[in-house]
Design a protein around this ligand. Structure first.
Ligand SMILES: N[C@@H](CCC(=O)N[C@@H](CS)C(=O)NCC(=O)O)C(=O)O
Length: 289
């Protein structure tokens, strides 16, 4: 154990020192905007303000699948919100997401703009708007929404818990890493057992439940998150790996992962997406060349 076990909390917590860790510069105990900044608006009906993190990728997976199905109304502009630089605290962004977190969507196709925040709400909104990737039969719909909401409740243990203490915290705290590694392995086992009996999470069809879970737990199984593949022995979750590969091979998933991505191979980074042709001509390798 580290000496962090010696800490005795004061009677009243105060914000009087940097908390340390990778995201210390953007963490603060108050909400609301820090500066005035309008959001840009492009020519398409849907305006996405996001970043290529697992929560952001959920939405671009869905939009690319809708476009692949031929839903022209799903054309979108994807604007980059650099959360490491505090762009989520600009007044325009806070107006569409009072929680100051990516992703946030504005649907400008109707008489007045509709804002949607929280990735699960965005997936449901798009599924209902286009009548796709959310079953209509009551039982299948319940299964789909159960896994969607499972993801929304579970991923904070993976990201905010395990990922934070394993990869980002300024000190390696054995108690915290143990607690969250145990929980994340339990979650992987939950998924592995479900995917042993079912091709996709909600049944035979690919749905918004898979789109919500794949960027997190599929990414973990493929070794994309936190450099933790060996530590968590992710290869043991055979059904999760089978499902992760199945989704990863979808052309729309390949495109969705590239949008608003700011790390990895330059050819895999499409910082902003305003046109389907951008995947061919606007990736970072092409822009720099
Ligand atoms: N429950 C939210 C979580 C969104 C979230 O945590 N977004 C992170 C990036 S993955 C963020 O914007 N963080 C910025 C901040 O915390 O200031 C959702 O699913 O949309």
């Amino acid at each position: 154990m580290t000496d962090s076990t010696d800490y005795t909390p004061p009677k009243v917590w105060t914000w009087n020192k940097p908390s340390g860790g990778r995201f210390a510069n953007i963490n603060r105990p108050i909400a609301g905007p820090t500066h005035d900044k309008d959001l840009p608006v492009g020519r398409h009906p849907l305006q996405l303000y996001s970043l290529g993190t697992p929560n952001g990728v959920k939405v671009t997976l869905m939009l690319e699948e809708l476009l692949a199905l031929g839903h022209k109304g799903a054309e979108y502009d994807a604007w980059l919100i650099r959360i490491g630089e505090g762009a989520q605290f600009g007044s325009g962004f806070v107006a569409i997401n009072p929680n100051s977190k990516i992703p946030a969507l504005v649907d400008r196709s109707g008489p007045s703009p509709i804002r949607v925040f929280e990735s699960g709400a965005i997936l449901m909104y798009l599924a209902e708007k286009f009548g796709a990737f959310l079953p209509t039969e009551i039982g299948a719909r319940a299964e789909c929404l159960s896994w969607l909401f499972w993801q929304m409740g579970s991923a904070p243990y993976l990201g905010g818990g395990f990922g934070h203490f394993y990869a980002y915290a300024p000190a390696k705290i054995e108690y915290a890493i143990d607690r969250f590694a145990m929980e994340v392995k339990r979650q992987l086992d939950v998924l592995d057992r479900r995917l042993a009996e079912s091709e996709y999470l909600a049944g035979r069809d690919y749905t918004i439940a898979d789109m919500a879970v794949w960027p997190w737990y599929g990414g973990l199984a493929k070794g994309w998150l936190y450099g933790a593949a060996e530590f968590l022995q992710v290869q043991d979750y055979k059904n999760v790996n089978r499902w992760a590969d199945l989704i990863g091979s979808r052309p729309a998933a390949k495109r969705g992962r590239m949008v608003n991505r700011v790390n990895g191979e330059p050819s895999s980074q499409l910082h902003e997406r305003h046109d389907a042709g951008d995947f061919e001509s606007k990736t970072q390798d092409k822009l720099v060349a």
